[in-house]
Design a protein around this ligand. Sequence first.
Ligand code: UDP
Length: 323
Amino acid sequence: MKVFVTGGAGYIGSICVEELLNADHQVTVFDNLSEGHRVAVDERAQFIEGCLSDRETILNAVAADQPEAVMHFAAFAQVGESMTDPSKYFRNNVANGINLLDAAVEAGVKKFIFSSTAATYGMPDTVPITEQEPQKPINPYGESKLMFETLLKWYHELHGLEFVAFRYFNAAGCSEKLGEERTVETHLIPNVLRVALGQAKQCRIFGTDYPTPDGTCIRDYIHIIDLAQAHILALKPGKCGFYNLGNGEGYSVREVIETCRQVSGNPIPAIEEARRDGDPARLIAGSQKAIDELGWKPRYATLEQIVDSAWRWHSAHPNGYSG
Ligand code: UDP
């Protein structure tokens, strides 16, 4: 299929583009390179540098490209920043996204695939979290993604736009060629691996008094390539709705650090700090819906496989893409 990918120069988008091309789809990437990297865009893809805030540009780009599907990854994704600058999140993740939705409708796009997040659930009452869990985001980032989910429901109802929205749990790991490099890195695995690379003295554990077996937060880590595969399955006609993406297994912060020690062979000192605001104790996905309805089969479900792929990329690219 012909797929138009926004945010295709970023971490998740670039690896989805690579997997789409490996599956013989044709790809156009649209990215403003504010967070993404030009070199992360697969050479087989066409590249347009542009911003979703520029309504004419995005309307013209989609009209000229005539894609069958749009995958929308372009968004800001830092929870902490969203608490201090909510306007940035609602403007980009919601208002600018409307330009893309309108462009898709005008161009007669058949399928719209959206990166949503487990952050739309807020502090869940139960785990594993199924798609039926009430969505009560606790920060503007999660709220902005939930608002876009709502837009998708209305565009589906009123314009017939078929959509799949994936609620990602903790996307992690790398492909052989492509990885994770952000201006500000807040995520656990890349921060822990920086210590193994000798780029930081110690990693930090945020909170050791959670009601979990070792007192640290539990998360469900999903390999980026498995996540990309779900997007490819969602291209099939007739697939529409909201899907969680995770492995259904939770690992604590201490377990992640221990796995990084084993994989890297580095002792990785860790210091214990206070809780980070807004972190739920435990987030584990119920992803049976994606398995049953999309035929999704994660191939790299263990934490070792996820960390190993990240370690291979980070040790081969100690300075990220700029190296
Ligand atoms: N975390 C940590 N130290 C770090 C980064 C993260 O202890 O340097 C914790 C964080 O508090 C959370 C878990 O690791 O409990 C996963 O955080 P991450 O930012 O990777 O993903 P999130 O679950 O917030 O999307």
